[in-house]
Ligand binder design. Structure first.
Ligand SMILES: O=P(O)(O)OC[C@H]1O[C@H](O[C@H]2O[C@H](CO)[C@@H](O)[C@H](O)[C@H]2O)[C@H](O)[C@@H](O)[C@@H]1O
Length: 334
């Protein structure tokens, strides 16, 4: 199976590579592809496929309280050029719905909570937006919250919810930064600023000219020098601007576990699936807990704290379908 996957990767790399006409070019590019494939094969040895290792993983998880955490972009939806069009397929939605009917399930995204919930459109999951700086749950965490950060409110369906906002005080400055950024980068064709509520994304996937990408980065870095309470990090063709609060997707995972009543449970078993740098914070937390599976979505070898891997969102969907079936088969047997 593993060999078949490597072959698949080789095929897809070969199919997507630009044609090389010069014979020397061809051998250089083949050599590159060989080394990419062998790097991926040896990486897979360290971060085995969660699909190929499903039975072994479930023999460890059996009898534990599995809680599922899912990143959105690049995990539940394909990476696309236009961030506003990163839709989730109906089949993926059905898979997430199934999983959420079996285990507590949360979506943890860099997007604003409103936007990610508009994409996902499921009621049986919890949502954490703005890289975990905007969490909404039926009750609050007494351990991680305090009066300042938690607000009791009523959602659009009239249900009591507790919203957790550790970066609330930064909201006015974030709006100011968005305005300044928009004004200053509008001359860079293809760039865009996304308001993620408690953080900001500056996108450059659609900026055609490499030089312009450099200029954009300089402009953003220079603007952000005036805002020392914020930091800039990189993602997938995006600059992520976040306030300096000690809160990330790892903290969000702990907050959700606590709120859902699993904080002191020796049986809790978090599974977190994500593709990006910001998901590594949650992977680290799972490693620290010493129980659970951090699963990275990647079809190339990369530095990660994840124990297992899935190649792409279609692998993620297959894994979720299998996970729900596994749980249902256990329930039928008992
Ligand atoms: O935590 P996530 O849910 O993975 O969000 C991370 C960022 O994802 C989005 O940007 C990425 O996906 C876009 C759509 O496929 C793509 O166009 C962009 O290049 C990627 O960086 C989202 O738009 C950002 O706001 C999120 O921070």
């Amino acid at each position: 199976m593993q060999v078949a996957k490597v072959q698949f990767l080789q095929d897809s790399i070969l199919n997507t590579s630009p044609p090389s006409t010069h014979p020397n070019m061809k051998s250089i590019s083949n050599a590159n592809q060989d080394s990419i494939s062998s790097a991926y094969a040896s990486w897979l040895g360290k971060h085995p496929s969660a699909l190929d290792n499903f039975d072994q993983m479930m023999s460890i998880a059996k009898g534990k309280e599995i809680v599922v955490f899912l990143d959105y972009d690049g995990t539940l939806s394909q990476i696309v050029d236009d961030p506003d069009k990163a839709y989730m397929s109906d089949s993926m939605r059905a898979a997430v719905r199934e999983v959420a009917s079996c285990f507590p399930t949360a979506i943890v995204s860099g997007r604003s909570r409103d936007k990610v919930s508009e994409f996902v459109k499921l009621r049986n999951v919890y949502y954490a937006g703005s890289h975990g700086m905007d969490i909404s749950t039926p009750s609050g965490s007494s351990k991680y919250g305090n009066q300042k950060h938690q607000t009791k409110t009523v959602d659009e369906k009239g249900k009591q919810v507790v919203n957790f906002h550790p970066a609330k005080e930064f909201l006015p400055t974030i709006q100011k930064i968005i305005k300044v950024l928009k004004e200053n980068i509008k001359k860079i064709n293809g760039s865009s600023v996304e308001d993620n509520m408690f953080c900001i994304s500056v996108h450059y996937r659609r900026v055609k000219n490499e030089k312009d990408v450099g200029v954009l980065k300089e402009i953003v870095e220079s603007i952000m020098k005036s805002y020392p309470n914020f930091h800039v990090s990189g993602g997938k063709k995006v600059m992520e601007i976040r306030p300096n609060v000690n809160w990330d997707k790892g903290h969000a995972l702990m907050y959700l576990l606590d709120t859902l009543g699993f904080d002191n449970s020796d049986d809790v078993f978090p599974m977190y699936i994500g593709d990006d740098k910001t998901d590594e914070d949650a992977f680290k937390v799972i490693k620290r807990i010493g129980r659970g599976f951090p699963i990275v979505v990647s079809s190339i070898a990369k530095e990660t704290k994840a124990s297992h891997s899935l190649r792409d969102p279609s692998d993620v969907m297959a894994f979720l379908v299998r996970l729900a079936k596994w749980k249902k088969s256990l329930v039928r047997r008992t």
